[in-house]
Design a binder for this molecule. Structure first.
Ligand code: G3I
Length: 448
C-alpha cells in the first residue's frame, strides 16, 4: 500500500468511530469545565504528552479523553521508534496514539523529526552526504505518513547548548552538516507537509537568556531570508533549579514579534499544593497574554508516569485526582464562570454560518475552503458539515479536525474555535475527484 492510501485508510477507520465521541467533545466545549474546552474558549489548545503503552488503562484514557484537546506522542514519533534501521519505518505505536486522538476529535502535535537523542546508532555512522539524504528521507517518510493530520511538528529539537555561549550542540547533524542542517530540515519539512506548522523546540529558552537569544537570532535570520518556520516551542520543564522565569511573557512576546507562533510544548513544574498551582497560573497567564501563543501541552497526564515522577510535576496525581494545580490552570483559562459559562462566550444563543469556495482545481482533484463566521454573539467553538459527492474522497485537511460518517465530513476547529462576533476563520481540504467534479454541499454550522 502506498503512503497516501495508508493514510487515507487510517483516516477513514478513525472516522467510523468518531461521530459519537465528537458529540461528547462538543458538549464539553459548551461547559468549559475541562482544560481543553476552557482553552478552546480562549482560542488556544490544551494538550498533553501521551504514551501508547498507557492507552489500555481505563483511568488514563478517561482523563485524557475528558480533559485534553491535543496530544503529543511522548516517544513514539522519535527517530529510534519510527526508523530503527535505515529506510524501514515502523508506525505501529504512533498510529495507535494518532488513531485514538482522531477518534475523540483531538489534534496531534508531532515530536520530533531531528534530534540528537533517541537516535538509532546507524545515523551516527553515516558520512555527511549520506547523513543529509537520510535526514531528508526521515523527514519525508515520517511527515508523509501523517500528512494533513498533525497541526504542528517539532522539526528540530534541542540544537543549542546550555550555558552562556549560545553555541550549537554537538550532534551528528551539527558536526557533519554544520549550522545549515536546521535550515535544510525545515525546508524538507515544508515540502513534506505544507499544511503543518513547523516549529523549533528547546528547553531553558523560556526566559530571556543567552540560549534563547541564540534561538531568537536564528529565527530572525530564518524569517528574514524566507526559510520556512512557523513557530517556536518552549518546553518549559520547571523546578526549583529552573523556576518559571519572571520574563517568561516578555520572552514569548519577542519571538511572536518576529512573526512566528509560540507554543508551550512540554510543560511540567515540580512541586505540590498552592506553590505549584501559582507557578502553573503564571505560565497560563503568560501564554494568554501573548496573542500568538496558540496552545500549551503538559508533559504527561499523571504524576505516576511523568519522566520526573518523583517531582510530582503534573496536574493529576498518581490516582488521577485533580491537584490544586489543575484548578489553577482551569481557572486561569477562564473555566467555571469564564467563556462557555452562562453569560459568557459560547453560551446558548451563539450562531455561525459556513460558506464554501473552491480555491484550486486540477485534473484529479481540487482544494475547497469553508469560511466559518460567528453571528452577533462571540462563539467558543463550532462544528461544520461537508457532504461529498459520490466517489470523491478527502486526502488532506487543515485548520480543522475531521470525522467521517460515510460521505459526510464533520469538521471541528483545531486551534481556531473561538471567534469574536462577526469574525471569521477558514478550514481547507484537498479532495480526490475519482472521476466526479461535482461540488460538495456545506451543511449547518453549529456554534457552542
Ligand atoms: O520502553 C523502554 C522499556 O521497554 C525499557 O524496559 C525501559 C528501560 O529503561 O526503557 C523504556 O524506554 C524509556 C522510554 O522513555 C519510555 O518510557 C527510555 O529508557 C527512556 O529514556 C525514555 O525517556 C524519555 C526521554 O524523553 C528520552 O530522552 C521520556 O519518556 C520522555 O518524556 C522524554 O521526553 C523529552 C522530550 O522528548 C524532549 N524534551 C525533554 C523531554 C524530557 O526529557
Amino acid at each position: 500500500m502506498n503512503m497516501m492510501l495508508r493514510r487515507l485508510s487510517r483516516a477513514a477507520a478513525a472516522g467510523l468511530v468518531a461521530a459519537a465521541a465528537l458529540t461528547a467533545a462538543a458538549h464539553s466545549a459548551e461547559a468549559a469545565d475541562t482544560l481543553g474546552s476552557a482553552a478552546a474558549g480562549q482560542g488556544r489548545y490544551f494538550g498533553t504528552a501521551v504514551a501508547a503503552g498507557h492507552l489500555g488503562e481505563a483511568d488514563y484514557t478517561a482523563t485524557l479523553d475528558r480533559e485534553f484537546g491535543s496530544v503529543t506522542p511522548e516517544n513514539e514519533m522519535k527517530w529510534d521508534a519510527t526508523e530503527p534501521s535505515r529506510g524501514t519505518f515502523t508506525f505501529t505505536s504512533a498510529d495507535r496514539i494518532v488513531d485514538h486522538a482522531q477518534s475523540r476529535g483531538m489534534d496531534v502535535r508531532g515530536h520530533t523529526l531531528v534530534w540528537h537523542s533517541q537516535l538509532p546508532s546507524w545515523v551516527g555512522t553515516l558520512g555527511a552526504s549520506d547523513l543529509r539524504t537520510a535526514m531528508k528521507d526521515h523527514i519525508s517518510g515520517l511527515m508523509g505518513h501523517y500528512k494533513g493530520e498533525i497541526h504542528s511538528w517539532d522539526v528540530v529539537n534541542e540544537a543549542f547548548q546550555d550555558g552562556g555561549s549560545g553555541a550549537r550542540r554537538s550532534s551528528p547533524f551539527q558536526d557533519k552538516l554544520g549550522d545549515g542542517f536546521i535550515e535544510e530540515a525545515f525546508r524538507a519539512a515544508r515540502a513534506a507537509d505544507p499544511a503543518a506548522k513547523l516549529c523549533y523546540n528547546d528547553y531553558n529558552t523560556d526566559g530571556v537568556n543567552a540560549k534563547s537569544t541564540a534561538v531568537y537570532n536564528m529565527v530572525k535570520d530564518f524569517t528574514s531570508r524566507g526559510v520556512p518556520i512557523d513557530c517556536v516551542g518552549f518546553q518549559s520543564h520547571f523546578n526549583s533549579n529552573s523556576p518559571v522565569p519572571s520574563d517568561y511573557r516578555q520572552n514569548l512576546q519577542r519571538f511572536a514579534d518576529l512573526g512566528v507562533d509560540v507554543q508551550i510544548t512540554e510543560l511540567d513544574i515540580e512541586g505540590s499544593g498552592s506553590a505549584q498551582a501559582a507557578d502553573y497560573t503564571k505560565v497560563v497567564q503568560a501564554c494568554l497574554a501573548v496573542e500568538r501563543c496558540t496552545g500549551m501541552t503538559v508533559w504527561g497526564v499523571t504524576d505516576k508516569y511523568s519522566w520526573r515522577s518523583g517531582g510530582t510535576p503534573l496536574l493529576f496525581d498518581g490516582n488521577y485526582a485533580k491537584k490544586p494545580a489543575y484548578d489553577a490552570v482551569l481557572s486561569a483559562l477562564g473555566g467555571s464562570g469564564g467563556p462557555g459559562e452562562p453569560g459568557g462566550p459560547g453560551e446558548g444563543t451563539a450562531t455561525c454560518t459556513a460558506t464554501y469556495t473552491r480555491t484550486a482545481d486540477w485534473n484529479g482533484g481540487y482544494n475547497g475552503e469553508v469560511t466559518v463566521t460567528a453571528g452577533s454573539e462571540p462563539i467558543g467553538s463550532w462544528t461544520a458539515t461537508v457532504t461529498l459527492p459520490a466517489r470523491q474522497s478527502v486526502s488532506a485537511l487543515w485548520n480543522g479536525t475531521a470525522a467521517f460518517n460515510g460521505n459526510v465530513m464533520t469538521v471541528r476547529p483545531s486551534w481556531n474555535g473561538a471567534l469574536a462576533a462577526g469574525t471569521s476563520t477558514t478550514f481547507g481540504f484537498t479532495v480526490t475527484k475519482n472521476g466526479s467534479d461535482a461540488a460538495p454541499a456545506v451543511g449547518a454550522c453549529t456554534a457552542s
